[in-house]
Write a protein that binds this ligand. Structure first.
Ligand code: ATP
Length: 461
């Protein structure tokens, strides 16, 4: 299996990602989404929403707060359990997560030790090649903020949520009462999460601030196995249908008992073969009744339905990690023939529903601007797909740019358009061109139909 190409600078050049606060020398390892990835991200979240929530008879949504009461994270176990094992090189001061430094077997042996803080790392430091590591110590991943009501006091501390799902668990009774659902039902939400990671690397892959798309599916213990299979299948289909070029870069891995997070009875992680190696982008966990039971016990609120505490299956996708996988999969370098011979083409063959722009309207020459603008202005009112207007001094340059950002159709206005109200439609992947009517009704119907076909194909999977 080939690794994907490192396209970090490509993504910066084409307006996908910018280092945060670059004009002030930047906030280390923190990224902003530029215009093209802001569009891609919004589309990816919409797609997840339709796929996991609105097209599912059982599921509904929520939008809970980022600021989190300490008691929530005490009950969920995060105050005590949410940590990684940190070691630091005494020579070059580089910090590592122990599980990233040693083999899986060594890490599992370490986890089984009673006295973990006496463990000695045998490897040399990958950075300075010396073996002068500190003993491992626990590093809590929670990020906090001070509400500054008075002086800094412990009771004024709030946490930035480390996962979106706790908002779903603590609102469980309110949700269940308001929608009067019986088991099974799921609650999904998309939003920011924060973790004070020991090491930050590989661009947007690991950051302190990121977004998650999480579904918590509540069911009875008796039906859990059936739903576990169902949601595992759904998550896998969602991922692989968005990897349009090489689905083999996606992998599943069931975690061993030692690797499980503190809340999980079992977990399957979905991986992608990124340019730097394999990385997790989604986690599917059987959380049992862990969360509802603990919140019920600590809050005194009855978090039950039909007399029982439901069990939970969680599907947790990281938005940025999924985006990076999709972009690395979509990026293609091709040699194509044109009138002057052969040339290199860089193209993002994204799933059409994820293209930052589904359609670009391009005048063949500047004198056709007025007609192109008329068509563009009409298409702007479409609600299903987004449109961009593009004008350069050569059609070749326009196609080059639109291919590079993944635009699915280029609609070119030329001299013939003024005579017969037709335009050239160029399809991104095949570069095939054909003429089509640019009468408002027909063009809009054609594009909407293409868009709907892509959506129906995805939802059927
Ligand atoms: P890792 O082992 O890589 O730290 P994790 O197992 O702690 O990840 P989960 O708690 O399972 O991650 O979170 C679910 C998903 O949230 C992950 O699959 C990933 O896509 C995303 N995610 C978690 N931490 C980060 C981060 N620091 N930056 C970006 N995305 C993240």
């Amino acid at each position: 299996m080939n690794k994907a190409k490192d396209i970090t600078s490509y993504l910066k050049n084409y307006g996908f990602f910018f280092p945060n606060a670059e004009i002030y020398q930047g906030l280390a390892k923190s990224w902003d989404c530029g215009p093209n990835s802001a569009e891609l991200k919004r589309k990816l979240k919409d797609l997840w929403w339709k796929y996991f929530i609105t097209s599912q008879p059982y599921n509904i949504s929520l939008d809970s707060s980022i600021l989190t009461h300490p008691r929530v994270l005490e009950a969920s176990g995060h105050l005590k359990e949410f940590h990684d094992w940190l070691v630091e090189c005494n020579k070059c001061k580089k910090r590592y997560r122990l599980d990233n430094l040693v083999s899986v077997k060594e890490f599992n042996d370490f986890l089984a030790l009673e006295n973990k803080s006496e463990y000695i790392v045998k490897q040399n430091c990958p950075s300075c090649d010396k073996n002068e590591f500190t003993n491992p110590r626990q590093f809590n991943l929670l990020l906090s903020s001070d509400l500054q009501i008075t002086n800094q006091k412990k009771e004024n501390i709030v946490y930035l949520r480390p996962e979106t799902c706790q908002g779903i668990f603590i609102n469980f009774s309110a949700i269940q009462r308001s929608i009067r659902k019986k088991l099974p039902f799921g609650v999904g939400q998309i939003g920011k999460s924060f973790r004070n990671e020991i090491t930050l690397h590989h661009g947007i892959f690991r950051t302190r601030e990121f977004e998650q798309m999480e579904l918590e599916f509540f069911c009875s213990l008796e039906e859990k196995e059936k739903w576990w299979e169902y949601w595992n299948q759904k998550a896998w289909s969602f991922l692989t249908s968005l990897l349009v070029n090489d689905k083999k870069k996606a992998q599943k891995k069931a975690l061993s008992q030692e690797e499980l997070p503190h809340y999980a009875k079992k977990t399957t992680d979905l991986y992608f073969q990124y340019h730097f190696g394999e990385g997790e982008l989604c986690s599917i966990s059987d959380r049992g009744d862990y969360d509802l039971k603990n919140h019920s016990e600590k809050s005194g609120e009855k978090l039950k339905v039909e007399g029982t505490t439901p069990h939970v299956i969680e599907i947790s996708f990281g938005v940025e990690r999924l985006m990076l996988a999709i972009l690395e999969d979509a990026y293609q370098e091709e040699t194509v023939k044109n009138s002057k011979g052969e040339k290199k083409r860089e193209v993002l063959k994204l799933h059409p529903l994820l293209a930052p722009y589904f359609v670009a309207v391009i005048p063949w020459k500047k004198s056709l601007r007025e007609k192109a603008q008329q068509i563009y202005q009409k298409l702007l009112t479409e609600i299903n797909f987004s449109v961009i207007y593009e004008e350069t001094d050569s059609i070749g340059k326009s196609y080059h740019y639109q291919d590079a950002i993944g635009t699915y159709y280029c609609l070119t206005v030329d001299d013939q358009t003024l005579n017969d109200e037709t335009i050239t439609v160029r399809e991104r992947d095949s570069r095939e061109q054909f003429r089509f009517s640019c009468q408002e009704q027909e063009l809009s119907q054609f594009l909407n139909q293409k868009y709907q076909e892509c959506w129906k194909k995805l939802i059927k999977i």
